[in-house]
Design a protein around this ligand. Structure first.
Ligand code: PGA
Length: 249
C-alpha cells in the first residue's frame, strides 16, 4: 500500500513564534493512529527547534540544502548538517528554486545523489509551466525532468523518493489542475516508473499533487486513483485548513 502524505511547504513565511505555535497546534491535533503521514517544510532557521520538538506525528523536512559535504559556500547548509540536527527529509526540484535560484536539472541530480547517499527521504517536485501546457507538451516536459534528475537512481534508492507533481501555473495562483489533468499526469508518472523500474516499485511510490490545493478541492483530488496526497503551500500556513486537507482522504 502506498503511503498517504500531506506535506506543508511553508516557503519564506511565518516568524518564530507563529511558526512554533502552528507546528505545535498541528502536532497536538494529529492522532498517532492516523494513516496519513504529515510533513512540514519550515524555513531553515526553524529546523533545529522544530525537529527537536517531541512530536512523533509530524515529520520536519528541509526546503533546501547545498550538495557539497562542507566548505566555502557562504550562506548554504549541507545535507550532513541537516542530518546532525535530526532532519531526514528534503524537498528537491521545487519550481521556485528552479526559477529564482537557477537550479537546473544537473544541479538537481547532484542534490538527489547527495540526499540519497546520506540516507535522506526526498520529495522531488516536477511540473510544467503554462506555456508548455498550452503547447500540449506537458507530458514530455515532466518526463524529462524526472529522467534528467531522478531516474538514474536504482530501484532500492528510489524507495526513498516521493514525487510531487506541481503544475507551475497552479502554484499560488488559485488555479488548480482539474481532476482529469491531475490524474492523467499522475498515472503517466506511474507508468514511467513502471517502464524505468517495475510495476512493483511504481506501486510503492507516493505521488503528491501540489498547486492551490485547499480544503475545498483536496477531497476530489485525493480521490483520484494515482494521487496519494498533496504538497500544500498557502493552505498549510493555517492550522484549520492544513488539517482539513489532511483529513480529505
Ligand atoms: P500553493 O503552493 O499550495 O500555495 O499553490 C504549493 C507549492 O508550491 O508547493
Amino acid at each position: 500500500m502506498r503511503k498517504k502524505i500531506v506535506a506543508g511547504n511553508w516557503k519564506m513565511n511565518l516568524e518564530l513564534e507563529d511558526a512554533l505555535n502552528l507546528c505545535k497546534e498541528i502536532a497536538v491535533s494529529t492522532d498517532k493512529s492516523t494513516e496519513v503521514d504529515l510533513m512540514i517544510f519550515p524555513p531553515a532557521i526553524y529546523l533545529y527547534t522544530m525537529s527537536s520538538l517531541p512530536f512523533e506525528t509530524l515529520e520536519i523536512g528541509a526546503q533546501n540544502f547545498y550538495p557539497a559535504e562542507k566548505g566555502a559556500y557562504t550562506g548554504e547548509i549541507s545535507i550532513t548538517q541537516l542530518s546532525s540536527i535530526g532532519v531526514k527529509t528534503v524537498l528537491i526540484g521545487h519550481s521556485e528554486r528552479r526559477a529564482y535560484f537557477g537550479e537546473h536539472s544537473d544541479f538537481l541530480k547532484r542534490k538527489v545523489d547527495s540526499a540519497i547517499e546520506n540516507g535522506f527521504n526526498i520529495v522531488f517536485c516536477c511540473g510544467e509551466p503554462l506555456n508548455v501546457r498550452e503547447e500540449n507538451n506537458e507530458m514530455k516536459f515532466v518526463k524529462s525532468q524526472l529522467i534528467d534528475s531522478l531516474f538514474h537512481l536504482d530501484a532500492k534508492q528510489m524507495e526513498q523518493v516521493t514525487i510531487a507533481y506541481e503544475p507551475v501555473w497552479a502554484i499560488g495562483t488559485g488555479l488548480t489542475a482539474t481532476i482529469e489533468q491531475a490524474e492523467e499526469m499522475h498515472s503517466s508518472i506511474r507508468n514511467w516508473l513502471t517502464d524505468a523500474y517495475s510495476i512493483d516499485l511504481s506501486n510503492k511510490i507516493s505521488i503528491l499533487y501540489g498547486g492551490s490545493c485547499n480544503p475545498d478541492n483536496a477531497k476530489e483530488l485525493f480521490a483520484c486513483p494515482n494521487v496519494d496526497g498533496g504538497l500544500i503551500g498557502g493552505a498549510s500556513l493555517e492550522r484549520e485548513s492544513f488539517l482539513k486537507i489532511a483529513n480529505s482522504f
